[in-house]
Every structure is written in structure tokens, then in C-alpha cells.
Design a protein around this ligand. Structure first.
Ligand SMILES: *Cc1c(COP(=O)(O)O)cnc(C)c1O
Length: 397
């Protein structure tokens, strides 16, 4: 007889975006003429940079002749991309990595979930709250216990260092959903905690390209000791508009090792390599060539101009709502603005904005208990729709 993994029957229903869609659909049906603007979902709107489309066109042409055709690639990714990542994303910040420490993937979401394959089900998982749902859902599917670390205005949305021992801790800065960043000093406290407690940090820096303040770290490996306690996840999705193309990478330093159930220390890098070789057949040659192209001087200039476009939207949202008397956070080194709701109930404010401004935002309560009392607004819209949405919101406060 076949039995289901019962963790899936117990897991909380994906309530947040389904509930938003339901409420928007109901409003649309009652108001068919309404022109709704969504600043809710975390997807990009601007087309790919020219360097990327050129590189991908060329990669397709490569595959059209016998001499340059590419079939299965290395499970770990092509060296042409791993070397550029190391040189540009790490060496320039004083971090030394070898190619075998970088694993190319089809995006960070898969790796952030899949990493659980190599970790015991007995680990307690710490997440900052409010939280990107992937960390919670994938660990619940495996049957792990989750601890929520509250991120509040009082602690700058970076979470207080826990007094209890947590085995595995997810951190994400710049943060989705709050747009908060962490200073070197703040991140050092987490690294010190991890080294002291033998905690594994899973560091999600999917939004590092949005950092404008030179004092904010882009990588956890800028902190001494982090290579002994942290895995870093990155993605081309928000950096270069790859949400539909799919490419990301995970860094597992060779010196990173953790306890096995029999008591000896085991290096994680070869274990993850084994996992990937058995369960993953590599990201496509075409997407890896596209990703590689952003590291040329021209590519850097093009992707940063798109990032500046989104950060300009973020600035408009931030400054306008602040002028209107709302309390806002984030939006300076991140594409998300975290807005304190005038009344406590974030779903109520969501409904108010849907009904009176025809603007869709994301209620903070959907990201975890500490998200209540806030909404998330994204800067990923077009400049025109962002401006109009904010004017409408201002008109109904
Ligand atoms: C968008 C996002 C990612 C990247 O996901 P991909 O699978 O690479 O598209 C990772 N972490 C967070 C918090 C995100 O918001």
C-alpha cells in the first residue's frame, strides 16, 4: 500500500497569494470597469538587458551546429559562469573561492528548499519573521520544527540573536518582505552565534544587487568565520530579470562541515555535490550563457540601469507615503517597502486599498505573525503604474 508523506497533509494551505487572488477576482467581478494596479507580487516587469538576449541568441545558434552543440552540461554548472561569478561577485570584495565551491542552479528557490535533503530531519529551523514562505513550507514538508525570530521596528527588522540553540538558521538580507538590510556588525553577531552554537546559517542574498549603501555587506563571507558556518544562495532573478529564464547559484565553502549522527564532522560541499549529481542535471546552457553576459562592463551597466529604475520606484513609494504621514521602512537598498498600516489589521488595510484605490498590495500577516500591522509594496512595477498607484493610495488615506 502506498502512503503519502503525511507532512504534506498537515502543512498549512498556501493561503496568502490564493486569498489575495480570490479577493481581487471578487472585486473585479463586482467592478468590471475597475483598472487595478498590482504592487503585490515579487516579479520583475522590465525586459532582459540587451547583453543577455544577445548572449542567449548566440547560445541557441551554438546548439544549431555539431561542432558547438551542447548537451548535458556539468551538474555543477559551466566553469565559464562559475569563474565569472567568483571574479566579479566575490574576488572584488576580497573573498577567495574556488570553482568547486560554486554550484549553478535553476534558481535560488529550488536550492533553498533542496538543501534540506542533506540535513537531518531532527534539526530545528530558525526563520526571521516575517518570512519568505519557501523556508517554512519546504521544512514543514520534511517534518522539521520551525522557530520564528520576530523582526520588528525595534530591532531594525534584523531579529534579536536568540538565547536558545537553533540548529539551522535562514537569514535573508536585503530582506523580502521588509526591505531591511543588515550591517556588517549585525551580521557578525549572527556569525558569532552560529560559530558558538554550531548553527548552520543559510544566507539568502537574492537581493544583494539592490544594495546602494557601501557599508552594507553583499555576502555573508565578508564576515570573518562565515565560511565555517554558512551557505550562501544567490539568483539572477532579481539581479538581471531572470525570473522566467531561471538561473541562480549556491556557494558551499570547502571548510564548512557539520556533525553527523555518528558523531564525526562531515564536509557539506561533497555531500551537496553528490546530491546534485543524482537529482539535478544542470541549468540550461542557454540560461548560463545569458547569466555570464551580465558580468561584462556593458552587462553591468545595463543591469544596474534596470536596478536603478526599480530603486527610483522604491524612492517614489517611500517618500510619497512618508509625506502622507505613513511610517515606512525598506526601499533604500531593496525593492520592497514595508508600510505600517494605519490600523493594526493588515487584511483590512489590504481591502481598503483594493476597494478605494484599486491597488493590490500584500498584507504583512501573510508572511508570519510579526508581519501583522504592515503591508508590503513592491517597486517592481513600471514607473507610470507605480506613480499612479501611489497617488490613488494617497487619495484614500
Ligand atoms: C525571488 C527570491 C529568490 C529567488 O528565487 P529564484 O528561484 O532564483 O527566482 C530567493 N529568495 C527570495 C527571498 C526571493 O524573494
Amino acid at each position: 500500500m502506498a502512503y503519502i508523506n503525511d507532512n504534506f497533509t498537515k502543512i498549512q494551505h498556501r493561503y496568502l497569494f490564493a486569498e489575495i487572488a480570490k479577493r481581487v477576482a471578487a472585486y473585479k467581478e463586482a467592478n468590471p470597469a475597475a483598472k487595478i494596479i498590482s504592487l503585490g507580487i515579487g516579479d520583475v516587469t522590465q525586459p532582459l538587458a540587451q547583453v543577455v538576449t544577445n548572449a542567449m541568441h548566440k547560445a541557441v545558434d551554438d546548439c544549431a551546429s555539431v561542432s558547438s552543440f551542447h548537451g548535458y552540461g556539468p551538474e555543477q554548472g559551466y566553469d565559464f559562469l562559475r569563474e565569472k561569478i567568483i571574479a566579479n561577485d566575490y574576488a572584488k570584495r576580497g573573498i577567495t573561492l574556488s570553482t568547486d565551491e560554486v554550484f549553478i542552479s535553476d534558481g535560488a528557490k529550488s536550492d533553498l528548499g533542496n538543501i534540506g535533503d542533506i540535513l537531518s530531519v531532527n534539526n530545528t529551523i530558525g526563520v526571521t519573521d516575517p518570512v519568505y514562505p519557501v523556508y517554512v513550507d519546504t521544512n514543514s514538508m520534511a517534518g522539521r520544527q520551525i522557530r520564528y525570530i520576530p523582526c520588528t521596528a525595534e530591532n531594525g527588522f534584523t531579529g534579536d540573536i536568540p538565547s536558545e540553540k537553533i540548529d539551522v538558521m535562514y537569514l535573508c538580507f536585503p530582506n523580502n518582505p521588509t526591505g531591511a538590510v543588515i550591517t556588517r556588525q549585525g551580521l557578525k553577531q549572527w556569525v558569532d552565534y552560529a560559530l558558538k552554537n554550531d548553527t548552520l546559517i543559510l544566507y539568502d542574498s537574492a537581493y544583494e544587487a539592490f544594495i546602494t549603501d557601501p557599508a552594507i555587506p553583499h555576502s555573508i563571507y565578508e564576515i570573518d568565520g562565515a565560511k565555517e558556518c554558512a551557505i550562501e544562495f544567490r539568483s539572477f532573478s532579481k539581479t538581471a530579470g531572470f525570473t522566467g529564464i531561471r538561473c541562480g547559484y549556491t556557494v558551499i565553502p570547502n571548510e564548512l562541515n557539520i556533525q553527523s549522527e555518528s558523531g564525526n564532522r562531515v564536509a557539506l560541499n561533497p555531500v551537496w555535490n553528490r546530491r546534485q549529481c543524482s537529482k539535478f542535471n544542470g541549468a540550461s546552457y542557454i540560461s548560463q550563457r545569458g547569466a555570464e553576459s551580465i558580468f561584462s562592463p556593458e552587462g553591468q551597466q545595463q543591469i544596474h540601469s534596470i536596478i536603478r529604475y526599480y530603486l527610483t520606484n522604491a524612492g517614489i513609494i517611500r517618500q510619497s507615503l512618508q509625506k502622507s504621514g505613513l511610517t515606512v521602512f525598506g526601499g533604500e537598498n531593496a525593492p520592497y517597502i514595508w508600510v505600517k498600516t494605519p490600523e493594526h489589521d493588515s487584511w483590512k488595510f489590504f481591502d481598503h486599498l483594493l476597494h478605494h484605490a484599486q491597488v493590490v498590495v500584500t498584507p504583512g500577516a501573510g508572511f508570519g505573525p510579526s508581519g501583522e500591522g504592515y503591508i508590503r509594496i513592491t517597486a517592481f512595477g513600471t514607473k507610470e503604474s507605480t506613480k499612479e498607484a501611489i497617488e490613488r493610495i494617497e487619495g484614500c488615506l
